[in-house]
Design a protein around this ligand. Sequence first.
Ligand SMILES: [Mg+2]
Length: 201
Amino acid sequence: MKIFFDLDGTLIDSKKRLYNLFCDLVQENDLSYDEYWNLKMNKVSNYDILKDKYNYSSDKVENFRSIWMSKIEQRKYLKYDIPIPGVGNFLRSLSNKHDLYVVTARQNKEGVLWQFNRFGWMNFFKNVLVTEQKRTKIQLIIEKVEQNEEIMVVGDTGKDIICGKSFDAKTVAVLTGFLNYQNLVEYKPDVIVDSVLDIKI
Ligand SMILES: [Mg+2]
């Protein structure tokens, strides 16, 4: 089987990276890590927080957005990312039986490969697919699958589930990322698991 894993929130915990960048960019921030992630996991975006809590104007929000995008994949921030506990061994054993892919909406492939080197994950994947803001995940996956092939798409967001359903893939939602159970269940994934380690294949 071909298994397509999302990266952030699925194989990697990137919550510290995002929170630290938010703190660096928003001087007014008085939200703790837990308070920030409670809001985000209930689908309150950075922009909602800035407008509603800190009274940012549209221009100021736009300025935040462009600086956020320029910094979010800098190594200084990528260093905060940690693998979901146990995921390295899980991927190693799974890669012996199945073809594994990563498909991520990151802007830069270099940062992903740099992290995979650090984590020792380089040999687990047939291919690392990065949208780089030019393609969609759906377009990248289409190129890798044959008709009627058995595939699985694993991710932490509604977008990942919608993507998987467009291929008739088995869809698995994980709770290690940016949405909670109540929000994920709306997208009707085939399975919702605490983490990728709980996937039964
Ligand atoms: Mg994700």
